[in-house]
Design a protein around this ligand. Structure first.
Ligand code: ADP
Ligand code: MG
Length: 266
């Protein structure tokens, strides 16, 4: 088991894509996500955020170091580490209910199937269970995605820019839905986003990635109380953290490694 109780961990993980082994994308990354914790990863485009998420999910294997889930090496994707991407992975020929029930139906898990309607209600899609994905808005399709992964009861939820394709109002509503769902089911969540505001609103801790070969250059604890409310989005505390994250991201984007090093605590 993990020494510190982490549900999901990266230990000294370095990674280069096969065929380009001299080009490390991430270098000696350490991360320990506690049960029920929400961690946001922010960083400039191309810095390796999706690579980190795919390593945690088991889609990619570290070049060196290890990814551990509840102390066991992650060697392949598994339903207990559910993943949601920016665009949904729903089957267009299945209804919302059948999409959401696909995993349990394949496994013959009757207990999970019996709870299907509760999950559709949780994500606000109870009236749309019989619709097909093409009949839904992008935001509703992401709700269906959420139901599809939540029904697995996994201890970990991995989200890669899940709300980036949504307009501002829908995005904020989805962030609030994610927090509602988290408060009820308490999975550990890792969310990759390029949006510092989203990261601050959702997370207990925001991890900032530097340019490739990427490391985590800072971890910022977010001390906002829970439940988080829409009014907190414009609070002074949020604005201050946002300013700090933006400065780190600007320095990182410009590749001015010297300047972000100078900003780190000594
Ligand atoms: P982010 O999600 O932060 O935008 P990615 O993890 O997608 O970044 O990509 C990080 C780096 O890895 C980029 O330089 C990208 O070009 C490279 N990369 C991503 N996917 C592959 C791949 N399948 N093969 C080779 N290089 C890749
Ligand atoms: Mg990405």
């Amino acid at each position: 088991m993990s020494a510190d109780g982490a549900v999901l961990e990266m230990r000294e993980v370095s990674f280069a894509y096969p065929g380009n082994s001299s080009h490390l994308i991430v270098e000696q990354i350490n991360l320990a996500i506690q049960p029920g914790e929400i961690v946001a990863v922010v960083g400039p485009s191309g810095c390796g955020k999706s690579t980190v998420l795919n390593l945690l999910a088991g889609f990619l294997t570290p070049t060196s170091g290890a990814v551990l889930m509840q102390g066991q090496p992650v060697v392949r994707p598994a339903p207990e580490r559910a993943v949601i991407f920016q665009s949904d992975a729903l089957f267009p020929w299945l209804t919302v209910r059948d999409n959401a029930a696909f995993g349990p139906a394949c496994r013959g898990d009757r207990a999970q199937l019996a709870q299907m309607d509760d999950y559709l209600t949780l994500v606000g899609l109870e009236r749309f269970a019989g619709y097909h994905p093409a009949q839904l808005s992008v935001g509703m399709r992401q709700r269906a995605e959420l139901a599809r992964v939540l029904v697995n009861h996994g201890p970990v939820l991995l989200l890669d820019e899940p709300f980036s394709a949504l307009d501002v109002q829908t995005r904020e509503a989805m962030q609030e839905l994610l927090l509602d769902v988290h408060a009820r089911l308490r999975p550990a969540v890792l969310i990759v986003t390029h949006d510092p505001e989203e990261a601050i609103f959702l997370a207990d801790r925001v991890v900032v990635m530097g340019p490739v070969p990427s490391r985590f250059i800072e971890s910022v604890a977010i001390s906002l109380p829970r439940p988080r409310t829409a009014a907190m989005r414009d609070s002074t505390a949020v604005l201050e953290v946002r300013r700090h994250l933006r400065a780190l991201l600007r320095a990182s984007t410009a590749g001015r490694q010297a300047s972000w090093r100078a900003m780190l605590p000594q």
